[in-house]
Write a protein that binds this ligand. Structure first.
Ligand code: AMP
Length: 271
């Protein structure tokens, strides 16, 4: 596994290969990331993982500062998998020319779910994915369904500019059913137990929603109940179609999307 600290060494190392699988991450590597790496390793002849905490996608400086960082340990974990050929760990200036806000604009109809609550977040994500794709020039990019709206928007955006396939991969959960996330490292044991109770409730809600006439009305009562029961702030709890993310009232090809805060830590999931 070769560590690449800038795009010059990256293009030298990757130059000879034309079947590259790319797994972009912000580090604090967990089994969710490793599942993307396994997939890339099965499909592509070379796999590159990036570790870059992109400041442009944080809509709060405080959130950026407290985001977990653990590069040394990440490199150890990645090396142990024997499935990663290259790790790209760039500095800000290697990726971006300036600290200016991204010029990317979201369509009005995309300003839903996380885009509604985290202003500028996806603009930052699309900007960094544009830059990283241009640097890495991968054949395929592997991303998790866990961040479904991110996957949806990145797919749509990169399709216009690159001949790269964006592959959505299934959500990896812990034994407690909580979707793995780097942000889980910020949670106390008690909060993780709460997160587990919440996701188990939502798994039940997913079963019950089948027979509900107005599915989003049902979710809005569930939202009130959960907020009261667990004393949490839920940003959204909505039933949407997976193909276009429009509000849905049919079971087929639709999922529950949720974002909530547990002790100041923002968690998202979809079921
Ligand atoms: P992050 O490091 O959080 O930016 O995530 C990097 C990539 O890993 C993104 O494509 C995420 O969707 C994906 N990912 C994060 N958590 C999970 C998970 N629990 N299961 C599958 N993929 C995940």
């Amino acid at each position: 596994m070769k560590i690449l600290l800038n795009k010059t060494s990256l293009s030298k190392s990757l130059g000879p290969f034309n079947d590259i699988g790319f797994v972009p991450t912000m580090g604090s590597i967990h089994e969710g990331h490793l599942s993307l790496i396994k997939r890339s390793n099965q499909v592509c002849s070379k796999t590159i993982v990036s570790i870059f905490i992109n400041p442009k996608q944080f809509n709060s400086k405080k959130d950026f500062k407290k985001y977990p960082k653990n590069i040394e340990n990440d490199v150890k974990i990645l090396n142990k998998t024997k499935k990663v050929d290259f790790v790209y760990i760039p500095k800000f200036n290697d990726v971006f020319k300036s600290k200016n806000k991204p010029i990317v604009k979201l369509n009005k109809k995309d300003k839903i779910l996380c885009a509604k609550f985290r202003q500028g977040h996806f603009e930052g994500v699309l900007d960094v994915m544009d830059k990283l794709t241009n640097i890495v020039k991968p054949t395929k990019i592997f991303m998790g369904n866990k961040d479904y709206q991110q996957l949806f928007l990145v797919k749509k955006y990169l399709k216009k500019k690159y001949n790269t396939d964006v592959v959505g991969c299934k959500i990896i959960r812990g034994k407690n059913k909580v979707a793995l996330s780097s942000r889980n490292y910020l949670l106390s044991k008690t909060n993780l137990i709460l997160a587990s109770k919440i996701v188990k409730k939502l798994i039940n809600v997913k079963k019950n929603i089948k027979i509900k006439k107005n599915k989003n009305k049902y979710l809005s009562t569930i939202k009130d109940d959960l907020q009261k029961q667990f004393k949490i702030k839920i940003e959204y709890l909505e039933f949407r179609e997976i193909n276009n993310l429009k509000l849905s009232n049919v079971i087929n090809k639709s999922k529950i999307f949720v974002a909530y805060y547990l002790n100041g830590v923002r968690l998202i999931d979809n079921l």
